[in-house]
Structures are given as C-alpha cells and as structure tokens.
Design a protein around this ligand. Structure first.
Ligand code: GLN
Length: 206
C-alpha cells in the first residue's frame, strides 16, 4: 500500500518560508503556511524557519500561536527548527532579549549570533556524526547563526561544524534543529530526515 504523503506546516510569520516550501516540495512533502492557530489542525509536522528569534517570539504571541504551537510540540508533533527556529526550541538562550520567549523543549544551551562579527554569515560544512546522514558533509549556510554551546543528556548531536566542531544539528526525539539553513542549498538529506519523522504512519497514537 502506498504511504500517505505528509503535510508539514511552515510557520509563516517571518523569515525564509518560501525556500522551505520549495525544498520540502522537492522531496514530495506537502506544505501549508501556518499563520493562525487553526492552520495547525491535522499537520504531520511543523517547520520553524530562520529569521529573527526576537521578532518571531513577538509575532508568535501577537498571532495567538505561541501556546498552540507549544502544546502541539509538547504533544509530540514533529518539529524542525532552523537557525532562529532552533533558538525558539532551545531550553536555554544566551544573549537573547530579556522578553524573548522560547518553547524550551530542546535540551541545549544556544548563544544567539554566537559566531560574532568575524564570521557573521558564511558557508561551511556540517560533518555528520550519525550514519543516518551518510559520511559526506552537508553544505551549511550560516546567517547570523546561533552557536550551540552545550547539549544536555536529553539531546543527541547529529552533525558538527567542520571548523570548530560545535554541534550544528541536534535531535531530541521528535524535535530536530539546525543552526544553519538547509533550505538554501541543494542537499536534501535533512528534509528527507524530517520527512521520515513526520510520516503520517509514524504519528499513530498522537
Ligand atoms: N540571529 C538570528 C536570531 O537571533 C537568527 C538568524 C537566522 O535565523 N538566520 O534570531
């Protein structure tokens, strides 16, 4: 029997929404823009794109999406956060604005804009730390990227930055997060990985 295709929501309040839609389309995943709480209904997964975590935090509150998204994630909905999206998932945020909120579901500490002005934005490589990604480095575009400075026992490191060895792809159960922008390169390994996490069959009992 053919597996039903997943429908993944892309939080569309701010950031590079279109690029995620195109990238997931390329691996056969349907997407739906999430702008209001009702847009979450029936989704198999949710992408939190890059942008600005302070702005996203504010918009999540003003749109009434913060609590519904939090509830969905805590309830087991697969979620993929990239860059600012990772900051929104992190348990601990350094150099954040005092009023910015995160869902706090990923056991790691992240430092906003952690590469500093020297390496503000750059193209690097994410070296796989798991066979699931194969052995070839994943091309990784970092844009004012956060640095994961500590990973707690609840989360696993799936890839590290080729240069400094810091974790750049982290997973905790149904939560996947990258400090870089996998939607801006042609490599689709991370979309495939998240598509497998969000497959409708994988969601039974949710
Ligand atoms: N520096 C941004 C923040 O703190 C993240 C940048 C990005 O998502 N490309 O939210």
């Amino acid at each position: 029997m053919e597996e039903p295709a997943a429908t993944v929501g892309v939080l569309a309040l701010q950031g590079d929404v279109r690029e995620h839609e195109v990238a997931f389309g390329e691996v056969g995943v349907r997407t739906r823009r999430v702008l209001r709480p009702a847009d979450l209904d029936g989704l198999d997964g949710l992408v939190l794109p890059g942008g600005e975590s302070t702005t996203l935090s504010m918009l999540l509150e003003s749109s009434g999406l913060f609590e519904p998204v939090e509830k969905a994630i805590v309830g087991g909905m697969p979620v993929f956060g990239t860059c600012a999206g990772l900051i929104l998932l992190a348990g601990r945020v350094e150099d954040g604005r005092p009023d910015q909120r995160s869902f706090g579901v990923l056991d790691c500490t992240v430092r906003r804009n952690g590469y500093g002005p020297q390496r503000f934005s750059f193209e690097g490589r994410a070296a796989p730390a798991t066979d699931e990604l194969g052995t070839e480095p994943v091309p990784a575009v970092f844009i004012r990227a956060p640095v994961v400075v500590e990973v707690g026992p609840g989360a696993e490191v799936l890839a590290t930055e080729d240069g400094d060895g810091s974790p750049v792809l982290v997973r905790q159960g149904h939560i996947l997060a990258a400090t870089f922008h996998p939607e801006l390169t042609a490599d689709r390994r991370l979309q495939q990985m998240f598509a497998a996490m969000a497959r409708p069959a994988a969601c039974h009992g949710r």
